[in-house]
Design a protein around this ligand. Structure first.
Ligand SMILES: NC(=O)c1ccc[n+]([C@@H]2O[C@H](COP(=O)([O-])OP(=O)(O)OC[C@H]3O[C@@H](n4cnc5c(N)ncnc54)[C@H](O)[C@@H]3O)[C@@H](O)[C@H]2O)c1
Length: 327
């Protein structure tokens, strides 16, 4: 069995690719390297190219004997998706549609897809369940929902089955601190906290302390990227066992506030996180965390790492890689 991993030179993809190889499957990574790093691929088979290049995808499938795909390749900046929607519809939606067409031609029948909790928008209740209403509030989220729907139609009309994984907040770095997120390009909270604690930014801005949450700051579900990577292996196993297509949350089921992240960072690093409270950002939900019941019931998976593991791995990675993989 060979797994094609699109976007496998990126943050989540590189960790997952390493774990899939370690689980005994052969892999081949396809990435443009636009937002990924050759160094993050290591010695795994690698092709530099675009998922929208159908003949390239079909050639990779036949040369490597691909029978499963994990599809990470996408743009992911919510703000940019609102200022440049065409870029996101083109790369995420049209790119994925071309990819699925090529995979179908090549006879690939199992696809694991990186979706997002952003498809729920502002949740009316927490924890968020897969059956809750979907309400995309950005072009980025809409592109992910469009890809989910495309896969649903493939499942109805072809032998292709899928696992759409709706990630909550991916966080942390690999346990050995050799793979992680590049804070120069990240919009996520924890890289910003790390910048502040390591003196690479003067102050962390905390957007709002008047939310209806226990300490007033926003609450999110942070899932360790190693646990997230394990969820992909579990999804491949689930589909390989012949199970039907599934769409499920990948989160811990627990919410953590911004102030709790800051406190954990100060405790683990022994340093202060300079921060200031500023106004809420429009559209930020007060709290969003997963109901993780479906994934833990259907997959051989549960989260194994906690907030301290997230913070200590992020601290180790960012301390040693201030320029990401270019360090
Ligand atoms: N990071 C998160 O918290 C989060 C949350 C929910 C969903 N996701 C999704 O997970 C996936 C991976 O996220 P990440 O944080 O690792 O992002 P990333 O930007 O680090 O990785 C994406 C990779 O895809 C590559 N890529 C982009 N377009 C491509 C194309 N057309 N063909 C080939 N390669 C292409 C990039 O070069 C990059 O290496 C994305 O689909 C993202 O939308 C991420």
């Amino acid at each position: 069995m060979t797994v094609l991993i699109t976007g496998g030179a990126g943050y989540i993809g590189s960790l997952t690719a390493r774990l899939i190889r370690a689980s005994g499957r052969a892999t081949v990574i396809l990435d443009t390297l636009e937002n990924g790093h050759r160094k993050a691929v290591g010695d795994a088979p690698f092709v530099q190219g675009d998922v929208a290049d159908s003949s390239l995808v079909e050639r990779i499938c036949s040369e490597h004997g691909v029978d499963e795909v994990v599809h990470f390749a996408a743009y992911k900046a919510v703000g940019e998706s609102m200022s440049n929607p065409e870029k996101y519809f083109n790369n995420n939606v049209i790119g994925s549609q071309k990819l699925f067409g090529a995979l179908n031609n090549a006879g690939v029948e199992r696809v694991v897809f990186s979706s997002t909790a952003a498809v729920y928008g502002t949740p009316s209740t927490v924890p968020v369940r897969e059956t809750d209403p979907l309400h995309c509030e950005s072009v980025y989220a809409e592109t992910k929902l469009m890809i989910e729907n495309t896969l649903r139609w493939y499942a109805q009309t072809t032998p292709m089955r899928h696992a759409c994984l709706r990630y909550f907040n991916a966080a942390g770095a690999s346990d050995d601190a050799t793979l992680g997120e590049d804070w120069r390009f990240s919009q996520n909270l924890i890289p910003h906290v790390m910048k502040a604690v390591l003196g690479h930014s003067p102050v962390l801005q905390v957007f709002g302390n008047d939310f209806p949450t226990p300490d007033g700051t926003g609450v999110r579900d942070y899932i360790h990227v190693e646990d997230l990577a394990r969820a992909h292996v579990a999804a491949l196993d689930y589909l390989s066992a012949g199970n039907e297509s599934i769409t499920c949350n990948v989160g811990t089921g627990h919410g953590t506030s911004v102030l709790e992240i800051i406190a954990a960072t100060e405790r683990i690093s022994g340093k202060k996180v300079p921060h200031e409270i500023v106004a809420r950002r429009p559209g930020d939900p007060s709290q969003c965390y997963a109901d993780a019941g479906l994934i833990t019931e259907k997959f051989d998976w549960s989260p194994q790492r906690n907030l301290d593991d997230i913070i200590s791995s992020a601290y180790a990675w960012h301390s040693s890689h201030p320029q990401g993989h270019d360090s």
